[in-house]
Design a protein around this ligand. Structure first.
Ligand code: GDP
Ligand code: MN
Ligand code: MN
Ligand code: MN
Length: 250
């Protein structure tokens, strides 16, 4: 398997056809996985906003006050308002805002990004990243597309790429029922291939001024394994979320 970045992509603007820009720069193969940073998907979809677009309500002001007090930094209530508007559940308010976004992704600040955003103060994640992935896929000779974002993880320092949207492939490879080398049956392993590929692509894309938001994964083979649609956990089966909900920071 190899990965390479699509060269010489321009600054992406609202209305740009990402598939056409990629198609013009690389000869894709059907079994390539094209990994696109959510940042450029959002730019193309006009998801850049100014803080003034989010006049803060009482809840946002309350959250911002609390976070300002905790961090000693002045937090903008309009930013908290943007996070609330992007979210269906606030899982944790402090010491940072952890929410579920409208399409099911749990992340800090609803994945709202302030890096690599020349057109506004904030860049929201795409509204429905899997739909975005499907639209991009329709314009490409490649059969599989992922939309990625850089995210932190609980229990570990640092960030890595995750898949927030996918098209043309199931997100996970289901090993249950297969055997290990001793013939022991695997009982629980559902491997999140979308996140694994997104992490590798993100490693090539970089986080700063590299200018390489699209990475092609070539030669990845799914193998003879079942597919699973499991990606974002359902609230009911999410034990960590249930535990965090009851937790109070002070
Ligand atoms: P995120 O992980 O989706 O939040 O995206 P990042 O902000 O980390 O950017 C990922 C990569 O895309 C980095 O190499 C950036 O330099 C690059 N990038 C971001 N926006 C643009 C753009 O509009 N055009 C190009 N060519 N590169 C961009
Ligand atoms: Mn960014
Ligand atoms: Mn981001
Ligand atoms: Mn990134």
């Amino acid at each position: 398997m190899e990965l390479f970045a699509v060269p010489e992509l321009p600054e992406i603007r609202e209305g740009d056809d990402l598939a056409a820009l990629v198609r013009d720069r690389v000869d894709l193969r059907p079994d390539d996985v094209v990994c696109v940073a959510s940042t450029v998907v959002s730019k193309a979809e006009g998801r850049a906003f100014d803080l003034d677009d989010f006049p803060a309500g009482p809840r946002a002001r309350e959250i911002a006050d609390r976070l300002s007090e905790i961090s000693g930094d002045e937090k903008d209530p309009r930013f908290a308002q943007a996070v609330l508007e992007e979210s269906t559940e606030v899982i944790m308010e402090a010491p940072f805002l952890l929410t579920e976004s409208r399409f099911g992704h749990v992340g800090v600040n609803a994945g709202i990004d302030r890096s690599n955003v020349p057109e506004g103060d904030l860049l929201l994640l795409p509204e429905r990243p899997s739909d975005s992935a499907e639209r991009i896929r329709e314009g490409l000779p490649a059969d599989r597309v992922l939309v990625t974002d850089t995210c932190g993880r609980p229990f570990r320092h640092g960030q890595r790429g995750v898949a927030v949207g996918w098209a043309g492939m199931a997100p996970a490879r289901d090993w249950r029922g297969e055997s290990d080398r001793d013939g022991r049956e695997l009982g629980v392993t559902v491997e999140n291939v979308a996140d694994e590929l997104a992490a590798a692509a993100n490693l090539v894309a970089g986080e700063g001024d590299d200018g390489t938001p699209v990475v092609v994964v070539r030669g990845f083979e799914w193998g003879d394994h079942a597919e699973s649609d499991a990606h974002f956990r359902d609230v009911d089966g999410d034990l960590i979320r249930q535990a965090v909900r009851g937790w109070e920071f002070d």
